[in-house]
Design a protein around this ligand. Structure first.
Ligand code: NAD
Ligand code: MN
Length: 364
């Protein structure tokens, strides 16, 4: 029997509610399998840790999680600590430290969920956004000078390396190739950003030659927002820079019904380091500590974790359970217009996993 070693990092706000819920679901998954189980180690990094120690995580924190099979993350963001401190001090430290260069964000309108697009039937929206997760606009390069003086200056330099662009585009082509439509849209802004984005376009053309069976096209990022709203079915797999994909994927999450549902994976495709799985939402200060957070985004992230671990049968079983639960409006949380609590949604998913153990045993 295989034991997967999982680091859980709830972080801040509703991260402390949805990560334990995700852990419960993983335990329910393990209970129905004879082939594998999980060993969890919980890390109390985040805003509270910062108040005690002056840092979001210990200096040697990466070493403590380096040999895990995967990381389940909640959210970093505290009402009393600046956002750039919490983000750079924890989540980006892990993403960059472990070179998790591919951020993957699937978006679908799940059964029972009403998206805001009137003319869109749920089957029209089935996307995966691939976000470059290691450089670009969020490389951290830049600085400030003349602070407090009228000539104050600040720069955030967007860095695009040939190696970095090539590997994310190759990853995106490969992912597009694995999906039924084999359709990739490369998002650019090479009309205005005339250096790095032009290189990005050139590399896209080069890499595309390795994937003759993938249909691909380019779209400027601003036009892409309109296309997502007006012609969602014309898109399938998308790839974009760190900043562009950050924005597009929040739009995607909203078009699919709620930020509370959307999952993401921060992958090291080469598997040199553990990959990290997390809901895309933040700490949700307005509802934290009340047991009202929608845990579906975390559960879907757990599906992605199971896929990454090679447990496809378990991943499918959990996704089926999730879709059953979203299909029942009495199990909708507040973000979906319902009254259900985090605990109720979690129990419902776990109960389904316990009852239909038939779906389980296909695990690899
Ligand atoms: P947010 O995602 O925390 O909240 C936006 C809105 O969506 C809020 O009204 C919130 O209640 C609602 N919401 C989000 N997730 C929900 C869920 N699971 N169930 C029900 N409702 C949900 O975004 P924000 O308000 O911009 O950010 C709050 C803090 O979180 C900030 O400090 C920010 O930096 C941080 N943040 C962290 C991450 C991350 O760690 N990956 C991502 C986004 C924001
Ligand atoms: Mn974002």
């Amino acid at each position: 029997m295989k034991t997967y070693r999982i680091a859980t990092i709830p972080g801040d706000g509703i991260g402390k509610e949805v990560v334990p819920a995700g852990k419960r679901v993983l335990e329910a998954i393990a209970a129905r399998s004879n082939d594998f189980g999980f060993e969890f180690e919980d890390f109390d990094w985040g805003g509270d840790y910062y108040r005690q120690h002056g840092v979001m995580m210990p200096a040697d924190g990466l070493d403590a999680i380096r040999d895990k099979d995967a990381i389940l993350f909640g959210s970093a963001g505290d009402p009393h600590i600046p956002d750039h401190v919490t983000l750079w001090g924890l989540r980006l430290k892990i993403c960059q430290g472990f070179d998790q260069y591919a951020n993957v964000r699937p978006t679908r309108i799940l059964p029972g969920i009403e998206g805001p697009l009137k003319r869109c039937s749920p089957k029209d929206l089935d996307w995966v956004i691939v976000r470059e997760n290691s450089e670009g606009e969020y490389s951290g390069v830049g600085g400030r000078a003349h602070q407090g003086h009228p000539i104050e200056v600040a720069t955030d330099v967007s860095l695009m390396t040939r190696a970095g662009v090539e590997r994310i585009l190759r990853f995106a082509f490969r992912l597009a190739q694995s999906r039924p439509r084999k359709l990739l849209t490369v998002i650019t802004k090479s009309n205005a950003q005339r250096h790095a984005m032009v290189m990005w376009d050139e590399i896209a053309l080069e890499v595309s030659k390795e994937f003759p069976d993938v249909t691909w096209g380019k779209e400027l990022v601003d036009a892409a927002t309109a296309r997502m709203v007006n012609r969602p079915a014309s898109l399938d797999t998308l790839v974009a820079t760190n900043l562009h994909a950050d924005i597009l994927s929040d739009l995607a999450a909203a078009l699919a019904g709620s930020l509370g549902i959307a999952p993401t994976a921060n992958l090291d495709p080469e598997r040199r380091y553990p990959s990290m799985f997390e809901p895309i939402h933040g700490s949700a200060f307005d509802i934290m500590g009340k047991g009202l957070a929608n845990p579906i985004g975390t559960f879907w992230s757990v599906v992605m974790m199971l896929e990454h671990l090679g447990e496809r049968g378990a991943a499918r079983a959990l996704m089926t359970a999730i879709e059953h639960v979203t299909g029942d409006p009495t199990l909708h949380t507040g973000d979906l217009g319902g009254k259900a609590t985090t605990a109720q949604v979690t129990e419902a998913v776990c109960a389904l996993l316990a009852s239909n153990s038939a779906v389980t045993s296909e695990a690899a």
